[in-house]
Design a protein around this ligand. Structure first.
Ligand code: FAD
Length: 594
């Protein structure tokens, strides 16, 4: 046995990236190439594998530390004569474009053999009916396949439609209108203080969700997709056993049916991470619990300063809650340029009593008066704090280890991701995987595009996932949206870019809307002048970022965008004007410096 320092290998363009997750602790036995820590830059998160097998003696990094190539991660008592593994390349889990493979290499399991019969047969079985699953099923049916879609819950649509994107936006819309109206008194129109009927608000949210999920069921019927209700698990590479479920949740009825398939697409998604030390108490919720809107707390803690937490915080604060947020990294809404986030933070400062950065939650206790939470870190309060509601929004973990994938011979990483190639194939060629279960970014629009690729490849088409960029949006107020390379990332990686920044104080529409705090920023390759990224902060930023994504996909330059006639007066014309500013031809701002 010898003590070795395990260092960060060559991780490409990444420098000074933050450690966001520790995957091992002292005393753990690790294999060579097993993931040790997860690091995150503005571009992507990735797991750093071990160079040796052995026993972890001491961690040399803690959460929030910044590491680069060569940084020592931990001390390892290496197994005797263990030759260092070839420095495995870390596996990106996201980025400005899709990176399907999701974690360190894991040996493929040996598939089981099933000799029994089947109750149903199909060309394509899709496991999970979220945005990935239903899109895959519908595309496969449109391509002529006989499709079975397996879903454990009563409605189609998965996390996004039922407990994610859609209900959160239904509530955010109400909050945005309430906030907007509250400023109208200064414009000469007073509406009075709003009264809130939580039952009606919940009913509104449910109606929105019901309209969309009902629409999906109708479209499944139109396409003759057979929907099977139940929890599915592979029994071999061509069979899935489905335990029937009923009611609103996953109550098992005791009936099971076996489905034989030629091809399968795994779209079983992800679930919210719960911190093990948080008490089981109705006042400690994840995003699904927060969306239930049981009551409006006086004092609410958001654990994790990412998009989901801040969106839910916006809703609760507009309804009357005072907010605290705790984030172990050095800023909220990681991934977006800091200058964009600053605009959001300035506007939203009145919602918060405490923004605790570089701080961790280390313990909590359910008391009669509330949830008493203890913190550690740079901005931790000395005393434990009492909250009426604690929202855990610390990330989501994939469901890869819960579907019997090993019986089908499908590789799943230790964290539950399923690695795939750019055609969405797993290591078993007729089984595909898409959506949250294959890696970051965990976004519905990514899942849908992957779904189409998987169905098309299964149908024999030459399809592949080769999107250059995937946009991100925080639907807060103001919204923050970005796509491609960010300015912070360009600086950190020494990428030479030319910037066009159009302040909304020069936008007629933004001024007319009394919302001119935002701006639109475009980044162009300094040599080719082609657009490489963009960020927008302001109302409706999310609705506009698609144009920037299209421009990047089309390889547009500043003249293409600037000379595209945008309608006036719109917020969208800020994109054309940002391009003109980069080119030096904008007449809506002071003249360029000569
Ligand atoms: P999921 O939507 O997770 O669907 C997987 C489905 O598989 C589920 O219905 C599950 O019940 C089913 N399933 C799992 N295992 C089995 C099994 N064994 N048998 C049968 N069925 C099974 N993304 C955005 O792009 N924009 C947003 O604004 C946005 N807002 C969000 C807000 C919140 C609060 C949350 C939590 C998420 C949000 N997301 C958003 C993320 C988005 O919801 C996910 O990225 C998306 O739903 C992933 O789609 P999916 O098809 O991969 O998986």
């Amino acid at each position: 046995m010898s003590l070795v320092e395990v260092r960060v290998p060559d991780i490409g363009d990444f420098n000074e990236v933050a450690v966001i997750e520790l995957l091992v602790k002292p005393g753990d036995t690790v294999q060579a190439e097993q993931s040790l820590v997860t690091v995150e830059s503005d571009k992507a998160s990735m797991e750093i594998p071990s160079s040796h097998a052995g026993v972890v003696k001491e961690l040399k990094v803690k959460l929030g530390d910044k590491v680069s190539q060569g940084s020592v991660l931990l001390m390892l008592e290496a197994q005797e004569a263990a030759a260092p593994a070839a420095p495995a390349s870390p596996s990106p889990q996201g980025g400005e474009a899709a990176k399907p493979a999701a974690s360190a290499p894991v040996p493929a399991p040996v598939a089981s053999t099933y000799a029994g019969g089947a109750d149903l047969e199909c060309d394509m079985l899709v496991l999970g009916a979220g945005p990935g699953g239903y899109s895959a099923a519908f595309r496969a049916a449109d391509l002529g396949m006989k499709v079975v879609l397996v879903e454990r819950y009563a409605t189609l649509g998965g996390v996004c439609l039922n407990v994610g994107c859609i209900p959160s936006k239904a509530l955010l819309h109400v909050a945005a209108v309430m906030d907007e109206v509250s400023h109208f008194e200064s414009l000469g129109v007073a509406f009075g203080k709003p009264t809130i009927d939580l039952d009606k608000l919940r009913a509104h949210k449910s109606k929105v969700v019901g309209k969309l999920t009902g629409g999906l069921s109708a479209m499944a019927k139109m396409r003759k997709v057979t929907v099977v209700r139940g929890s599915g698990s592979f029994v071999d590479p061509h069979h899935v056993a489905v335990e029937e479920t009923s009611g609103d949740g996953q109550q098992k009825t005791g009936k099971t049916q076996t489905i034989r398939f030629r091809n399968a697409i795994i779209a079983a998604g992800s679930q919210a991470v719960r911190l093990p030390f948080m008490p089981q108490d109705p006042r400690v919720v994840d995003s699904t619990g927060a969306l239930e809107l049981a009551s409006v707390p006086k004092r609410m803690l958001i654990l994790g300063g990412g998009i989901i937490g801040l969106e839910m915080g916006t809703v609760y604060s507009t309804l009357g809650a005072r907010l605290d947020v705790v984030e172990m990294l050095d800023g909220l809404m990681q991934g977006a340029d800091r200058d964009l986030v600053r605009v959001w933070q300035k506007m939203n400062a009145p919602r918060f009593d405490n923004i605790m950065l570089k701080t961790r939650t280390v313990g909590a206790e359910a008391t009669k008066d509330g949830i008493l939470v203890r913190f550690e870190g740079e901005q931790a309060p000395k005393e434990p704090q009492l909250y009426d509601l604690v929202l855990q929004a610390v990330g989501r973990s994939p469901n890869g280890n819960k579907i019997g994938a090993d019986k089908a011979g499908v590789t799943v990483t230790d964290r539950g991701f399923i690695p795939v190639d750019i055609q969405m194939r797993t290591n078993v060629p007729h089984i595909f995987a898409i959506g949250d279960i294959i890696g970051q970014p965990m976004l519905a629009h990514k899942a849908v595009h992957e779904a189409h690729v998987a169905a098309e490849v299964a149908a024999g088409e030459k399809s592949a996932f080769n999107a250059r960029v995937i946009p991100s949006v925080a639907y807060t107020d103001p919204e923050v949206a970005w796509v491609g390379i960010t300015e912070d990332q360009a600086k950190a990686q020494g990428i030479a870019v030319k910037k066009g920044l159009f302040p909304w104080t020069a936008s007629g529409r933004a001024i007319a809307n009394t919302r001119d705090e935002g701006y639109t920023k475009l980044l162009f390759d300094a040599e080719t002048h082609r657009i490489v990224g963009g960020g927008i902060v302001g109302t409706h930023a999310g609705d506009m970022i698609g144009e920037v994504a299209l421009a990047i996909e089309m390889g547009a330059d500043e003249v293409d965008i600037g000379k595209t006639i945008h309608p006036h007066p719109t917020l969208g014309e800020s994109i054309g004007m940002a391009a003109e500013i980069a080119h030096g031809t904008c007449t809506d701002v002071p003249p360029p410096r000569r």
